[in-house]
Design a protein around this ligand. Structure first.
Ligand SMILES: Cc1cc2nc3c(=O)[nH]c(=O)nc-3n(C[C@H](O)[C@H](O)[C@H](O)COP(=O)(O)O)c2cc1C
Length: 338
């Protein structure tokens, strides 16, 4: 199996929900939420790619980084690559349903594990989808991280307890889902969270707690003070707020403000190993990938996901050699020019 074949099969199976474009930049699917696109004009989806494209790499080959070390540690787990699967839900709502939610989750979690990495799962207005994610996490002995929508704290706590029972490595809330009117229409209200709300959730569980959807340094500082273990710098793949900034643009200021206090994940528009290196140099500890892994799952099940992660990892290795970067866990800022 190669990636061209995976893409060909995915295109057929996603029935136009995703057109598997030569460049996955949100143009063809602008406004398609539900669907695979970014909300409104698709500007926030494209902003992720544009912000990454503006960052350039410094080519350097007079050095001793002959065999760069790609490994990183996340919550005590050693990973072979800093590239993880982002939480994704809605195989039927967003992608046409050629595979079931559980099949998609299994492909993501098992494919990433086979590549020496980790996957995450999500939550929607259809409550069974969160449970599908947890069933998948249970099936891989807890080696996955579920994300819960910003429901009431009582509803979140019920889902944290389920995550604990499933043996999950950590648990998170994607706070940027705060404006999802579709959730309210489904009788599942969501909304913004206060410092106090987050503190209450952090102290409710022993699991490392992650907040996903941070895009400003002051909010990063607030959630750090509330005791979270990690943040995901993300605009939700451009799916929640039209004209939101790209993740790569806001990342350096946030990383600067946090100064190593928390684990920083970043996502949005990662389409090659060079994008991964850029985000690591801008201050991320690890990177999440969304849509390309959906294509992997629909086109090649767990093998398609594994192959995508491995391809990006090989590209990352090559880019590290060509920039003199010895360790993925410690990428100097000077690797990039913004
Ligand atoms: C179809 C689809 C469903 C998603 N579902 C979730 C979800 O349930 N929870 C969540 O936190 N993020 C969700 N996301 C956002 C991703 O986790 C991630 O932030 C985003 O896809 C990264 O951008 P990329 O697709 O350009 O790599 C979803 C994204 C897509 C495209």
């Amino acid at each position: 199996m190669d990636l061209n074949k995976v893409r060909e099969i995915a295109k057929d199976r996603m029935k136009g929900y995703c057109r598997v474009c030569p460049v996955c930049d949100g143009r063809a699917c602008a406004g398609q939420v539900p669907g695979i696109g970014g909300t409104g004009t698709g500007s926030a989806f494209s902003a992720n790619l544009n912000a990454l494209a503006k960052v350039k790499l410094n080519l350097r080959t007079i050095h001793e980084a002959v065999n760069p070390d790609l490994s990183i540690a996340v919550f005590g787990e050693k990973l072979n690559t800093p590239i993880l699967a982002a939480p994704i839900t809605g195989a039927s709502i967003n992608m046409g349903g050629a595979i079931s939610e559980r099949e998609m989750v299994d492909a993501m979690l098992q494919g990433t594990l086979a590549a020496g990495s980790l996957g995450m799962t999500g939550d929607t207005g259809v409550p069974s989808m969160y449970d599908d994610g947890l069933a998948g996490i249970r099936a891989v002995n807890g080696r996955g991280i579920p994300f819960i929508k910003p429901r009431s704290n009582d509803e979140i706590k019920k889902r944290i307890e389920k995550a604990e029972e499933a043996g999950a490595l950590a648990v998170g809330v994607d706070v940027d889902g705060a404006g999802l009117i579709t959730m309210a229409l489904n009788g599942q209200p969501v909304g913004p969270k206060s410092f106090k709300d987050i503190k209450e959730l952090v102290s409710f569980t022993e699991l490392p707690f992650i907040i996903k959807g941070i895009m400003t340094a002051d909010e990063a500082e607030t959630v750090a003070a509330a005791g979270v273990s990690a943040i995901v710098i993300s605009n939700h793949g451009g799916r929640v707020l039209d004209y939101a900034q790209g993740a790569a643009r806001v990342l350096p200021a946030i990383a600067d403000r946090l100064d190593g206090k928390l684990t920083i994940f970043a996502d949005g528009g990662v389409r090659a190993g060079t994008d991964v290196l850029k985000l690591l140099a801008l201050g991320a500890d690890a990177v999440l990938v969304g849509r390309p892994l959906i294509i992997g799952a629909f086109g090649g099940d767990r093998e398609g996901v594994k192959l995508t992660i491995e391809t990006y990892t090989k590209q990352l290795l090559q880019a590290m050699i060509l920039t003199g970067t010895a360790k993925a866990s410690d990428v100097p800022q000077g690797v990039v020019v913004s």
